[in-house]
Design a protein around this ligand. Structure first.
Ligand code: P6P
Length: 341
């Protein structure tokens, strides 16, 4: 059945249509996503109020990443945790803001896990730059019933059942995939509903933009430096890209997904904890990698591994990330091998 030909369909209708594609589906994943959408609406309302409420600014705490926790971070994390722990379909969850796995409420355990970054890029909130939530859903591996385990969370991205993000920008959008293409839904705040606005997103094969923090140039290896130079147009045969980097992964990724682009956060020698890059595998790189591959793009590490193949060893494991338009990621891989066009 044509899933996304009709206009004005809501995210709940899309989820129901996708559920009906699988006769064995019980509706648990649809119900889980419905609760996730409610969390997104609640966070969206708060983010859009941040300029008015006293929620701006730091909470005076630091998270396990050693980063200053913004009050909105705390709110977004609490909101997501609260919705997910009692939705009845999650057995265990991982959050960027939580050092250890978070179990579902006793008696509410289900057969899925979720890993999420509740408010990525939150340091941008005070300057009114878009921020986002990233989420990744897997089936539990442990026997049904009772709390899930850390092993349920440490699965490769290739086993995700749903991956997505919510971007709180000029409008609030949910972009997700359950393996049947990538679809974007925009919140109509007047009715409080997400409507299909970007059916079947396909990332252009060629990048128009490149997104990387060039302040780290001195700390990159020569292959990365030469590739960034190539993106800038040093090779006369290559149309130069425009640089766009706003320090908010979800926003940089979303622009590149829709317009064509490549985002990079390679490892650097600036500090010990950057030897594997900055971004986390479980709830940043892996979900965005599933989305970009479903949209026709690619996602690899700076030593050429496919992100979706990596088996996580630790909850907050970092991974270098090169993600975006297929042709430019392919050229990046050649540079990383020391080849030059
Ligand atoms: P840098 C935000 O903290 C984040 O995780 C991503 O959203 C963003 O792309 C990146 O870090 C920015 O990091 O080192 O360039 O400031």
């Amino acid at each position: 059945m044509a899933l996304v030909k009709r206009k004005g369909i809501t995210i709940s209708r899309q989820l129901m249509d996708e559920q009906r594609m699988f006769p064995e589906a019980t509706g648990a994943l649809t119900a889980l996503m419905a609760d996730l959408v409610v969390a997104g609406k609640i966070i969206s309302a708060e983010v859009n109020m941040a300029g008015l409420a006293d929620i701006l600014g730091q909470s005076g705490r630091t998270n396990i990443q050693g980063e200053e926790v913004q009050k909105l971070d705390v709110f977004a994390n609490k909101t997501f945790k609260r919705r997910m722990e009692q939705c009845g379909h999650i057995c265990v969850m991982a959050s960027e803001e939580e050092e250890d796995p978070v179990p579902a409420l006793p008696g509410y355990e289900g057969n899925y896990t979720i890993a999420f970054d509740p408010l990525d890029g939150s340091s941008n909130v005070d300057v009114n730059v878009s921020v986002g939530t990233i989420f990744s859903i897997h089936r539990r591996l442990s026997p049904p019933g009772g709390p899930g385990t850390e092993a349920d969370l440490l699965q490769p991205g290739s086993r995700q059942v749903v991956a997505g993000y919510i971007v709180y920008g000029s409008s609030t959008m949910i972009v997700y995939t359950s393996g049947s293409g990538v679809h974007g839904f925009t919140l109509d705040p007047s009715v409080g509903e997400f409507f299909l606005s970007h059916p079947n997103i396909q990332i252009p094969e060629l990048a128009r933009y490149y997104s990387v923090n060039e302040a780290y140039w001195p700390y990159w290896n020569d292959n990365i430096r030469d590739f960034v130079d190539y993106l800038r147009g040093s090779d006369k045969g290559h149309v130069p890209c425009s640089a766009r980097y706003i320090g908010s992964l979800v926003s940089d990724f979303h622009r590149n997904l829709v317009k064509g682009g490549i985002y990079m956060y390679p490892r650097d020698t600036r500090s010990a904890d950057k030897t594997a890059g900055k971004l986390r595998l479980l709830y940043e790189a892996a979900p965005l990698a599933m989305i970009v591959e479903q949209a026709g793009g690619s996602a690899v590490t700076d030593d050429g591994r496919r992100i979706l193949d990596i088996v996580p060893e630790r909850l907050h494991q970092r991974v270098p990330l090169i993600i975006g338009s297929k042709q430019d990621v392919a050229v990046a891989l050649r540079f990383l091998k020391g080849e030059r066009p």
